[in-house]
Design a protein around this ligand. Sequence first.
Ligand code: IPM
Ligand code: MG
Length: 353
Amino acid sequence: MAKYTIGIVAGDGIGPEVVREGLKVLHAASEVYGFQTELVTYPYGADHFLKTGEEFPASALAEMKQQSAILLGAIGDPRIEVGRLERAIIAGMRWGLDLYVNLRPIKLYDARFCPLKDKTPEDIDFVVVRENTEDAYAGPFGFMKKGTPDEIAIQEMIYTRKGTERVIRYAYELCKSRNDLNKLTMVDKANACRAQDIWTRVFAEVGKEYPTITQDHGYVDATCAWFVKSPEFYDTIVTTNLFGDIITDLGAQIQGGMGIAASGNIHPGQVSMFEPIHGSAPKYAGKNVANPLATAAAVGMMLEYLGEKKAGKAIDDGVRSLLTSGKVKSLSAGTHPCSQIGDWMVEEVQKGK
Ligand code: IPM
Ligand code: MG
């Protein structure tokens, strides 16, 4: 029987609740589909930092390198300086494990949850491949004359040939395997950010190896407009780290909201990290009102990645079946108890018994 070691970082805010429900779903899937999991729980996040001063030690990262996958809840807490733990923990894993692909499916499960008029699940089913290790996130930044009227603030956007090429190649491969419209859209803002010319060139160059894939291009501003107007236009999108961050929150809304959007931070063939794309939502923390479906879907993506294809599909089918059943009235926090949605998901997965 296959056995997987999963690192768990529940993190801040609603992280622990949604992870608790996600693990219920993982456990149900392991029983139905016959695999074992060993969970290694890590305490990192705001409470741990305030208690010990520790952010995310190198020893934890070294351990994670030996694991099968990582499940993350959320990081972010108003008591801590903005971005400090996000950079230490989330970016720490993305950089430390070199998770260069951030895979974000945008999938509408039930038209009831779509804020766009007359759009159906057939119209909204695409995937965003967000570069995950470079761009403004990785660029040096700083301030001069801070706090004075002459202050200067800078942050660089960095794109390497290697980083650009590997994520673009991943996206072409994914687009080919999706067998949908065979169209790969590269999203940038090269008309204003001229350094992104490297994306233009690498996209065309790697594209020569994929003659069956139609190369499409969109500027990020226009892409936001098209997400709303014509989401059916998209199949696979590849984009920079920062633009990928932004457009996938918009993508989450057209698929029903942050409560349903999952992601994988992936280095093909190596330990990878899976998480809901929503944040820690401190105002909902500890109230059992958050929607754990995004975390459940992230567990599904993790199992699919680990090669447990049936279990991964069962979770994705379970989300669809639960949402089309009418039981779930809305995806917003507070509609159903977090644990109730977790229980419903467990029932869905157990149908495969
Ligand atoms: C995401 C988040 C993070 C990001 C934050 C928490 C740093 O918004 O995963 O989309 O910007 O990458
Ligand atoms: Mg984001």
